[in-house]
Design a protein around this ligand. Structure first.
Ligand code: GDP
Ligand code: MG
Length: 355
């Protein structure tokens, strides 16, 4: 009663025995009574599950395609570059497939497959980092050759570095008369991105999203970098992935684009995705084709979830539907809202990523 009175007097509004106080407030009050309160860490159910499963039998690991995102200052050509890559690599037979947009796409090059994230991926990026489940292997830092390093270029560098993502610099718009490649290289040395021909280790690719010059070189460099990174995954285990984007479709219900990171996802698999659960009813790839399975580094649209999950949420295949449902219920119990509000307040990356 004392505390309730105090809170009322101090302008805390109407409170009762069941009112939840934030930690700082509780701490203040406790101090008035010469008590010290400690914050009890809540255990994240998903984190626990991920911890359990991270032991991987090395003999089952096989090379997987790199997952690449495009970052950089607004108007430096992120969208144009992603479009140029996509259209340059679409074979005649797939031509109809380009209209399909699922937030990620894969391209085939002579040196292998590459998966591009093609989404306003900041939410995914941040909450994935919170989960320690990184989605991106390589970040393409787009810098316009006529504009040079700008504020969001620097932000992008910082985020990529913090995430431990390999950076490849794409100097874009080299078709422009005012392009100055050397100046961009010079400016980036300040951020420890030093080209190989200057004694550094960063790959620089001069490109033009308009004329398509340098695009093939960029793709080669991505594949080369991926090779060095020795990216591996076990396709035999139960699937785990990350939601890139999700929406409620009028006809199809909740639709989520999932990037499979480990294992293979099958039609018919029971899955838990945050507070959503279900059974994969159908999967559609980035070319709009129905598929029955999706292996590591493959983006697919999945149908069959109980609700629309959030971007950045972990998607896990479970042994059966009952288990999937109970995982989702546990997730809800552990306070999804709290976790997401923490995630959202972390950073605002809207302009760094392509949108
Ligand atoms: P984003 O904001 O980074 O996604 O940039 P956009 O892809 O939307 O491009 C911004 C502007 O730059 C658009 O007007 C594009 O047409 C233009 N642009 C993009 N790439 C090139 C290029 O290689 N050469 C030239 N000349 N213009 C480009
Ligand atoms: Mg854009």
């Amino acid at each position: 009663n004392d505390i309730i009175k105090k809170l009322l007097i101090s302008g805390g509004g109407l409170v009762n025995l069941n009112t939840e106080l934030d930690f700082e407030r509780a701490e203040e009050i406790a101090l008035e009574y010469d008590r010290i309160v400690e914050l009890e860490e809540t255990v994240d159910v998903i984190e626990e599950l991920l911890k359990d499963e991270d032991e991987e039998d090395t003999k089952d690991l096989v090379t997987r395609p790199p997952v690449v995102c495009v970052m950089g200052h607004v108007d430096h050509g992120k969208t144009s570059l992603l479009d140029a890559i996509r259209s340059a690599r679409v074979t005649a037979g797939e031509a109809g497939g380009i209209t399909q947009h699922i937030g990620a796409y894969t391209v085939q090059t002579e040196s292998g497959t590459i998966t591009f994230l093609d989404t306003p991926g900041h939410e995914a990026f941040t909450s994935m980092r919170m989960r320690g489940a990184q989605s991106t292997d390589i970040a393409i830092l787009v810098v316009a050759a006529d504009d040079g390093v700008m504020p969001q270029t620097i932000e992008a560098i910082n985020h990529a570095k913090a995430a431990g993502v390999e950076i490849i610099v794409a100097i874009n718009k080299i078709d422009k008369e005012s392009a100055n490649i050397e100046r961009v290289k010079q400016e980036l040395t300040e951020y420890e991105l030093i080209p190989e021909d200057w004694g550094g280790t960063t790959i620089f690719c001069p490109v033009s999203a308009h004329s398509k010059e340098g695009i093939d070189d960029l793709l080669d460099m991505i594949s080369l970098t991926a090779e060095v990174l020795e990216l591996k995954a076990n396709p035999k285990r139960k699937a785990r992935g990350i939601v890139i984007e999700a929406e409620l479709d009028k006809g199809r219900g909740p639709v989520a684009t999932v990037l499979v990171q480990k294992g293979t996802l099958h039609v018919g698999d029971a899955i838990a995705v945050g507070s959503a659960h279900g059974k994969v009813r159908a999967m559609i790839d980035d070319k709009g084709k129905r598929v029955k399975t999706a292996g590591p580094s493959t983006p697919v649209e999945i149908l069959g979830l109980s609700e629309v999950p959030f971007a950045g949420e972990v998607c896990m295949a479970m042994d059966n539907e009952k288990e999937a449902r109970s995982t989702a219920e546990k997730f809800i119990a552990y306070g999804r809202e709290k976790m997401l509000s923490e995630t959202k307040s972390q950073l605002s990356l809207d302009d760094l990523f392509d949108q």
